[in-house]
Every structure is written in structure tokens, then in C-alpha cells.
Ligand binder design. Structure first.
Ligand SMILES: [Zn+2]
Ligand SMILES: [Zn+2]
Length: 365
């Protein structure tokens, strides 16, 4: 589970603000004449060379140099946040302590021979419902509890999806959830984290429609939307002779789940290219993994969320529908084996979305 996985890991260091260490720009030459060779530092040296102050200064310099040499993290602090381990910049050289003492031979590539430990317990049905009021990516636990007990007082922005929830990356071709860590973290390519613990969620909108023609045959089409212009967007052709009006919906959901696996493969390649660490765990678990949050108004999704797994075969649903629901369970279990947790948010089945659902208006632009 994501929570237990997070708690078992060493908490990443928080972002630290670093005062600028870059050298101030040289003063512009006013008259175009060559600079004087006698610099302020040389006059300083001349004045204090051999003095007690000079000895003290060089002692301090030596101390700083040896400190830097003994502290390997100083060699690979992330340039933006100044932290030796940064989930936004995907750099970590010491998470598993695999660094050389002098820092000179650090292998910044992950070790492919380390075992994968990414599998999580799959969650089915109600356990997989995406509840923004309690979601650990969107609310701190304390705020979530108070929002939940005062639902009518909870901010509307946490009840219904809006653009503010999402950040689309045209390089990754997917939409990330903007979580507790805020917009800048969600926008930051390629990490796109939602929380300070480095968790992220990739979102997709899944929809399908079906119709009956004059010969009473069923037709339909479906769409999986990962964001404006995403190469993963999948709009099906019209399909005819459907066995059941829900079959196009189950097919759309399964297609989305398969696409999540493709995105995971691509994310592995991306992290391999951008991540700086000698830790397989850091790169392949913390920088690569994501939750997959499906937004949908399809009836099939409600069947998947509502089925009581302990009472299958007892007439809860049409046997064919129940079989399809259990096929989705298999796909969800396959994703869990790869470390991906599936969450589902059910949208009201409006013919036309209300303004708060505007994020979904412009699908397939
Ligand atoms: Zn950083
Ligand atoms: Zn990106």
C-alpha cells in the first residue's frame, strides 16, 4: 500500500531554501580600459600574508575543503533546491549509503540488478473510490477529517473536479494531479509530485456511449483522455453488434488500464534519462511510480465500485456484467503488481457537464 510504503521509507528531506551561491557578476568595465591586474584579493593577501589572520583564514579554507570532500552530497546537490536528496529534481546519492567516502567515484546510475519491490496490494471496489475530501494527495489527514465531518462546509473546490486539480505536461503527455505540494511541484517536469513525500497521480477521463439502431443492434464508441493533445488519448471507432450496452464501457476502462502500463514503461525510460542516483529504490520506486486516477461517469464504473466481492454469483448483477467487473479486477491486480494503485472518481452522468466540470469539456482538443 502506498501509505505503508511511504512510512517505511526514510522521509526525504524537505526543500531547503538556499541563498544564492553563484558569484556576483563582475562589475562592468566603465571606460573600456583593461582592468587593473592588482585585485582586491591580491592586496588583501599582500597585507595579511604570514600574519595570524592569514593562518586562521587558510585554516578555515582547509576546513571547508575537507568538509566538502567528506560530504559527498555537496557534489550533487540539486541545483534548484540545494538538497542532497530531492524528489522534485530526482537526485539522491546517499539514500542507501552507497557512496564512496571521498565522493570522487560516485556511480550516479541506478543498479538494474537490485530487486524490484514495487508491488502493492490491489484495492477493488469501494476501497478504490477516489474521495477528494480524504485523499492523501489532496488533503492533510487533519484537514481531511474536519472536512469530512463538515461536508457542507468543505470548500466546493474539493467536491468537484476543476482545472485547478490538474496539471498537464506536454512532454509526459499526461495530466498530473495538483496535490498538497501545489502547482509548482505538479508542473515540475519530469517529477510532477503531488506531495512532499514524492507521490504523484496521473489522471485520465474515460467515457463511452452506446446506441441502438433501427434493427435493434447495439453500437457504441469510447474515449480515454489523458489531456489536451496527449499521444495516449484513445478515441475508438464506432463499434457495432455489441453484446451488451455496457460492453463498450468495460472495454474503455480496460483500455485505460492498459494505457497506464504503457505510461509506466515510458516513465521508467524518462527517469532512467533524468534521475541522478545510485539507488534503484529511489529512482524506480519513488521517482517512477504513480497512482492512476480515473474520472468517469460510466455506469460500468459504478458497477465496479459497488460490487460486493464477497457475494459474487448471488445475483447482485447480471452474470455477464459481474464477469466483466471481475475482469477489471484482474487488470487492477496486474497494475498493483507493477506498483500502480487505481483510484476512480465518479462524475454525475450529466448529458452536458456543469461549469465545474469544465476540465472535461475540451477533451480531445
Ligand atoms: Zn531539487
Ligand atoms: Zn512531464
Amino acid at each position: 500500500m502506498a501509505q505503508s510504503r511511504s512510512s517505511s521509507r526514510e522521509a526525504p528531506r524537505g526543500r531547503t531554501r538556499r541563498t544564492s551561491t553563484s558569484r556576483s557578476r563582475a562589475a562592468p568595465q566603465q571606460d573600456g580600459k583593461p582592468k587593473k591586474t592588482r585585485s582586491r584579493s591580491s592586496s588583501f593577501r599582500e597585507r595579511f600574508e604570514g600574519t595570524t589572520v592569514d593562518k586562521a583564514m587558510s585554516g578555515i579554507t582547509r576546513g571547508i575543503k575537507s568538509l566538502l570532500a567528506s560530504k559527498p552530497s555537496a557534489l550533487s546537490d540539486c541545483p534548484k533546491h540545494g538538497a542532497p536528496e530531492c524528489l522534485s529534481c530526482m537526485c539522491s546519492i546517499d539514500i542507501n549509503g552507497k557512496v564512496t567516502k571521498d565522493g570522487s567515484k560516485i556511480d550516479l546510475r541506478y543498479k538494474v540488478d537490485e530487486p524490484q519491490e514495487v508491488a502493492i496490494d490491489p484495492k477493488f471496489g469501494e476501497q478504490a473510490r477516489f474521495d477528494p475530501l480524504r485523499d492523501p494527495h489532496m488533503r492533510s489527514r487533519l484537514n481531511a477529517e474536519s472536512a469530512y465531518t463538515n461536508q457542507e462546509k468543505a470548500p466546493a473546490s474539493f467536491k468537484t473536479p476543476s482545472r485547478r486539480w490538474f496539471s498537464y505536461c506536454s512532454s509526459c503527455n499526461v495530466t498530473f494531479l495538483v496535490g498538497l505540494a501545489g502547482n509548482m511541484a505538479a508542473d515540475d517536469h519530469p517529477s510532477h509530485v503531488a506531495t512532499n513525500m514524492g507521490a504523484r497521480s496521473i489522471c485520465a477521463y474515460v467515457d463511452a456511449t452506446s446506441w441502438e439502431d433501427s434493427q435493434k443492434t447495439l453500437g457504441g464508441n469510447s474515449s480515454v483522455f489523458f489531456g489536451p493533445g496527449s499521444k495516449y488519448n484513445a478515441l475508438s471507432d464506432n463499434v457495432y453488434d455489441l453484446k451488451h450496452h455496457l460492453s463498450i464501457q468495460f472495454a474503455a476502462l480496460r483500455r485505460a488500464l492498459r494505457l497506464a502500463l504503457t505510461i509506466l514503461d515510458h516513465r521508467h525510460a524518462l527517469v532512467e534519462k533524468h534521475g541522478l542516483s545510485n539507488s534503484y529504490k529511489f529512482l524506480w520506486e519513488y521517482c517512477t511510480q504513480f497512482r492512476f486516477v480515473v474520472f468517469s461517469r460510466m455506469e460500468a464504473v459504478n458497477h465496479w465500485l459497488n460490487l460486493d466481492r464477497a457475494a459474487t454469483g448471488q445475483g447482485q448483477l447480471d452474470p455477464w456484467v459481474e464477469t466483466e467487473v471481475l475482469k477489471i479486477d484482474e487488470d487492477v491486480a496486474n497494475l498493483a503488481a507493477q506498483g500502480i494503485e487505481v483510484k476512480i472518481f465518479t462524475l454525475p452522468a450529466f448529458e452536458k457537464y456543469e461549469p465545474e466540470y469544465e476540465f472535461f469539456y475540451d477533451r480531445f482538443i
